[in-house]
Design a protein around this ligand. Structure first.
Ligand SMILES: *Cc1c(COP(=O)(O)O)cnc(C)c1O
Length: 364
């Protein structure tokens, strides 16, 4: 049997049909493609962190419940006793856990566009994924279309990113509440960008079918891989059963704990990023041919002149600046690019390069 035949006889068709999640090689670039916090720590804080890590026992398995860290996260988020928390190797893993727990042939609902992993993981598990298009005028939920889709497909899980990636906006609260009201299954409010959303959150509305998911990635700890899901104790208990026993390693447990103890630095950094976001938004909209959309996250989606997104992306790249070209996804994202808010210097370099790219496309 040829290798190809062998592989086709071995794996599920939905796995064979997938393409791997593509991550651009960023070495040498000003990296504004992945919503990372651009700031590092002062040396004194790094020294304290390293001192803390010397207590980690690498020869021992981590605490399987990550009890200390879970308690610290509950405290930091002021969670009531009635809810529980599930930690994941990034919120990506939590999305996977939620979907793995569903019966075969379940339906999953989100918006188009939204975070790509909802569909990617649903597809990989052979679930039926539906993305309801957002409103063209403001990227908000198309409530009648959402309600229709819920009635038609009876999704076991609805994912709503709040703020949404890649559009950056917060969906209308009343519309979300209506969706919660009619949902037959779980509603996961994905608050990956909560640190930048000026306290907009559903954390105080967690109960029964409403769960809130957060991550430390966009806050400034993307390298550690820690996400968490807050929800009804009995629902979280079921998910713990399918979680791998040691999914949060000792270094991540200790490092996030350390970060929570020193949250003031992240508060200051996220505040600086929000100030820069406003400056970047204004500067983008001042460029002729560019339309930037308001964002409650640490990135900005903007529209380039028609059919120019690819060329602008490549021009920026050739000038050493990596952002994300969303245009290939089509639909509402046609002609759109997404830039992460960087340091003032990085943003200025990006704007300078964008001006050159725009002039090039006018000439071209
Ligand atoms: C980045 C992102 C995530 C993934 O976060 P990780 O914790 O790094 O896996 C989840 N949801 C949304 C909307 C995101 O943009």
């Amino acid at each position: 049997m040829s290798t190809s035949h062998f592989i086709h006889s071995l794996f599920r068709p939905e796995v064979l049909a997938l393409s791997a999640y593509h991550v651009a090689n960023a070495s040498g670039f000003i990296k504004l493609d992945a919503m990372e916090n651009p700031y590092t720590w002062p040396q004194s804080l790094t020294d304290q962190w390293l001192a803390r890590l010397t207590h980690c026992q690498l020869n021992r398995y981590p605490d399987p419940q990550a009890q200390q860290l879970s308690s610290a996260l509950k405290l930091r988020n002021q969670l009531p006793e009635s809810v529980d928390i599930l930690l994941g190797n990034g919120s990506d893993e939590i999305i996977q856990l939620l979907l793995m727990a569903l019966p075969p042939n379940s339906h999953v609902l989100s918006t188009t566009p939204s975070f790509v992993m909802y569909k990617q993981i649903s597809d990989s598990l052979g679930l039926h994924y539906h993305g309801v298009a957002l409103r063209e005028d403001n990227f908000d939920l198309d409530l009648p279309a959402m309600l229709n889709a819920i009635e038609q497909h009876r999704p076991a899980i609805i994912f709503l990113a709040y703020p949404n990636n890649p559009t950056g906006n917060l969906f209308d609260v009343t519309a979300i509440e209506r969706i919660i009201e009619v949902a037959h299954g779980l509603v996961i409010i994905d608050e990956a960008y909560e640190p930048f959303a000026n306290n907009a959150s559903f954390m105080h509305k967690v109960m029964h079918k409403v769960l809130v998911m957060r991550t430390v990635s966009k806050l400034g700890l993307a390298g550690l891989r820690l996400g968490y899901l807050v929800g009804d104790t009995e629902i979280i208990t079921q998910l713990h059963k399918i979680r791998l026993p040691y999914n949060i390693n000792v270094l991540t447990q200790a490092s996030v704990q350390f970060a929570l103890d020193n949250h003031a630095i992240f508060d200051a950094q996220t505040k600086a990023i929000c100030v820069e976001r406003t400056a970047l938004y204004d500067a983008l909209n001042a460029l002729s041919g560019i339309c930037a959309y308001k964002s409650a996250a640490n990135f900005i989606l903007f529209k380039a002149p028609q059919e120019e997104a690819g060329r602008i992306f490549e021009s920026l790249k050739s000038q050493g600046i990596l952002i994300k070209n969303m245009s290939p996804q089509g639909g509402l994202l046609r002609d759109c690019l997404r830039v992460t808010v960087g340091t003032p210097e990085e943003n200025q370099a990006f704007l300078n390069a964008l001006k050159i790219a725009l002039n090039d496309s006018l000439r071209g």
